[in-house]
Design a protein around this ligand. Structure first.
Ligand SMILES: C[C@H](O)[C@H](O)[C@H]1CNC2=NC(N)=NC(=O)C2=N1
Length: 101
């Protein structure tokens, strides 16, 4: 079954448990700062591995020691679904271990 888009109330509830994450332009977004460029790239690779396991993929952007994450669900026309909140939750769990802030 296709994932269902979440409404703004549902997204707000999820975001209250995801510090640093925001909703904008129909995406869940987060900007991480790492201690170095290599640390940012290492977190990107870890997230990419997770994304392959989940078969759900965020846009990842490295700018020196910063890693931007933006995710929505293409298959429902670019809206936020539970697949995005699940990925954001998993990313948030692993980011701490990389010293991301
Ligand atoms: C075929 C494959 O399962 C799909 O293209 C997946 C891959 N990753 C995806 N990632 C995101 N963000 N949205 C999707 O709809 C999506 N679909």
């Amino acid at each position: 079954m296709a994932p269902q888009p979440l409404n703004e109330t549902q997204i707000g509830e999820v975001l209250s448990g995801l510090p640093g994450w925001a909703f904008g332009d129909d995406r869940l977004v987060r900007e991480y700062t790492l201690d170095s460029h290599l640390a940012a790239v290492a977190l990107l690779v870890h997230i990419a591995t997770l994304q392959e396991q989940l078969d759900h993929h965020a846009n990842l952007t490295v700018t020196y020691n910063q890693l931007g994450v933006a995710v929505n669900t293409h298959s429902v026309g670019g809206l936020v679904t539970e697949l995005d909140t699940q990925l954001a939750t998993r990313i948030e769990e692993i980011a701490a271990g990389h010293g991301a802030r």
